[in-house]
Design a protein around this ligand. Structure first.
Ligand code: ADP
Ligand code: MG
Length: 371
């Protein structure tokens, strides 16, 4: 399976702004990479350029050491010669063909021999757990089953790379979850490189080995999901990942001997960076606090009022108001809090983030104490 390298890839549609702007990306062999970002950020365009369905304005694309596209050298290998499978958002099965025929059809076009087609169709139907429906028509299948057929059809020719554009967006929540697990298993069993487009951060978190987070055509961060969640490079990345979202507190910083003092509203907090940090005169910062690090405590801590409490059974999402600031917090377990009741909270661990308010870049990670 190939390593895919995008070098300085730009796509500019006629007269428009850049849909993809100087994208550099290396997708390693057998990676499961998600292209993630809000609608219109260039995910589909990127995927289509890798497939050869869209022509970049600038840059080069390599599959291993083979150049499949170069604007400068005038190279553009056609999609059918790139050996990629493409699963579109609105996959369409042929309604007048059975599952077997839907899958076999593409292989026949590729001039596979009859016996080989039969055994491959059987095999892929077993992998996708649709073997019992093999002689049914699409209309006789549920949405989830149809989706499996579409995946089977894409995987049948053994593509080295599987490109998927929001393939689960038409399924209901329960099915979507099942299919996520299925895709992960499929990734392991096929050993193919998966490139997956989604705007759903939790889908990207749960599926990928790496996430490529984009904003307006520009790559923001490319790393494993937990790195992106735990150490986002800027405010956009921090805000995009996680549900409930990270708390952001604008604050003023003062550097002292034992750490940095942050003033936000009526609070003074001491921030101890995990690695040495020089603020170099920066004063306006943003403190980022994940809701799960806001800890309800019995004594000490900051006194607050429960604005809302939303228990799911597994955990409870709280909105806590203190000194004019509202923070979201997550309490684990089956707990509930009365509206407007008083609770105290503290800060646990050393994964609090400081951002530069002006550039929005992350400056440091550290622990937090109430002064
Ligand atoms: N064929 C096209 N012609 C003109 N503009 C396009 C075309 N396809 C996409 N765009 C524009 O490029 C940008 C990125 O689109 P797209 O890659 O589809 O985003 P995403 O998949 O992340 O939602 C959008 O601003 C979109 O309007
Ligand atoms: Mg899209």
């Amino acid at each position: 399976m190939p390593r895919i390298r995008l070098q300085n890839i730009t796509k500019q549609f006629a007269k428009g702004s850049r849909a993809v702007d100087r994208l550099n990306l290396v997708i390693e062999d057998s990676d499961f990479v998600s292209l993630l970002g809000p609608s219109g950020c260039g995910k589909t365009t990127t995927l289509r350029m890798i497939a050869g369905l869209e022509t970049p304005t600038e840059g080069e694309i390599f599959f291993d050491d083979k150049c499949v596209f170069s604007a400068e050298k005038g190279i553009n290998i056609s999609p059918d010669k790139r050996n990629v499978g493409f699963l579109f958002q609105n996959y369409a099965l042929w309604p007048h063909m059975t599952v077997r025929r839907n899958i076999a059809f593409g292989l026949e076009n590729m001039k596979w021999e009859k016996g080989k087609i039969e055994s491959r169709v059987q095999e892929i139907c077993e992998t996708m757990r649709i073997a019992e429906y093999i002689d049914r028509y699409p209309a006789e299948l549920s949405g989830g089953q149809q989706q499996r057929v579409a995946i089977a059809r894409t995987l049948a020719p053994n593509p080295r790379v599987l490109l998927m554009d929001e393939p689960l967006s038409n399924l209901d929540a329960k099915l979507r979850n099942d299919m996520r697990a299925e895709l992960k298993r499929l990734h392991l069993t096929t050993g193919a490189t998966f490139i997956y487009v989604t705007h759903d951060q939790s889908e990207a978190m749960t599926l990928s080995s790496k996430i490529c987070l984009m904003k307006q055509g520009v790559l923001q961060q490319y790393c494993p999901p937990l790195t992106l969640y735990g150490s986002p490079r800027n405010l956009f990345c921090a805000d995009f990942m996680g549900n409930p979202t990270m708390n952001f507190l604008p604050c003023e910083a003062q550097e002292g001997k034992d750490g940095i003092t942050l003033t936000t509203g009526v609070f003074r907090l001491r921030f101890n960076p995990n690695t040495p940090l020089r603020l170099e005169g920066k004063k306006q910062l943003v403190l980022g606090i994940r809701p799960e690090f806001v800890k309800i405590v019995e004594e000490e801590g900051i006194e607050s009022r429960v604005v809302s409490s939303l228990p799911t059974g597994m955990d409870t999402v709280l909105a806590l108001e203190a000194g004019g600031i509202t923070l979201s917090a997550v309490a684990f377990g089956s707990v509930d809090y009365a509206m407007d009741s008083a609770v105290r909270f503290g800060f646990e661990g050393d994964r609090y983030l400081l951002f530069d308010a002006e550039t929005t870049e992350q400056l440091a990670m550290g622990s937090l104490a109430i002064e």
